[in-house]
Ligand binder design. Structure first.
Ligand code: 13P
Length: 248
């Protein structure tokens, strides 16, 4: 049984004060869910949010990490620093990081290993551009991204990894992949996981969909057989919408 995972990726939104207020507004209304709820918050709010979620079933995630434990990397945050705060998950390889901050399949892979070595569960993002989709290159591209991201990972580590399929053309555009389109790619990812890591790994790994998920479309997306959760951007910033999506 794969436990559904509903994650909000706040990206570069919310001050510490706003983050704390958000948690106070949602805590009570989502306490009876049997879904796993994860908040992916900016570094500056991690410690404050950690305190606010104490005693709740909400999990905490960072949005990035460096692959080294320490060193001369001005502006970067190490896994040790995040571990100390007590994060559960970390997003790795979000398309915005690949696009604007030069993340590559190689750095994504290093970060996946770093996270696993520190007991932080990676949420690894993959996704194609509209141009790639239109010329029929989606499957090959996604397969390459998954293989590269998980290079050197063993079958036992798979249970600690979450994959997120986020088609770039559906992020922040209001244009959602249809539930069938999302499921098709996610089933393809699972098929590849099975080929590389075996049946049990493929049945265990949770794969999310992300890209313009909102209260109106979440149930159709989650009804798909291979979709185990969602990674929500914009709509996760509003407490009422987020509560609705956790409890859909
Ligand atoms: P939106 O939900 O705003 O499209 O963002 C999706 C996303 O990038 C989540 O990581």
């Amino acid at each position: 049984m794969r436990i559904p995972i509903i994650a909000g990726n706040w990206k570069m939104h919310k001050t510490m004060e706003e983050a704390v207020q958000f948690v106070r507004q949602i805590r009570e209304d989502i306490k009876n869910t049997d879904r796993e709820v994860v908040l992916c918050v900016p570094y500056t709010s991690l410690a404050a949010v950690k305190k606010e979620i104490e005693g709740t079933n909400i999990k905490l995630a960072a949005q990035n990490l460096h692959w080294e434990d320490y060193g001369a990397f001005t502006g970067e945050i190490s896994p040790l620093m995040l571990k100390e705060i007590g994060i559960d998950y970390c997003i790795i390889g979000h398309s915005e990081r690949r696009q604007y901050f030069n993340e590559t399949d190689q750095t994504v892979n290093k970060k996946v290993h770093t996270a696993l070595n520190h007991g932080i569960r990676p949420i690894v993002c993959v996704g194609e551009t509209l141009e790639q989709r239109e010329r029929g290159a989606t499957q090959d591209w996604i397969k390459t991204q998954v293989i590269q991201a998980l290079k050197g990972v063993n079958a036992l580590q798979i249970k600690d990894i979450v994959l997120a399929y986020e088609p770039i053309w559906a992020i922040g555009t209001g244009e959602t992949a249809t539930p069938e389109q999302a499921n098709e790619v996610i089933a393809w990812i699972r098929k590849n996981i099975q080929e590389i890591f075996g049946v049990s790994a493929a049945e265990t790994i949770r794969i999310q969909y992300g890209g313009s998920v909102k209260p109106e479309n979440i149930s159709a997306i989650m009804a798909q057989k291979d979709i185990d959760g969602v990674l929500i951007g914009g709509a996760s910033l509003k407490p009422d919408d987020f509560i609705q999506m956790v409890n859909f």
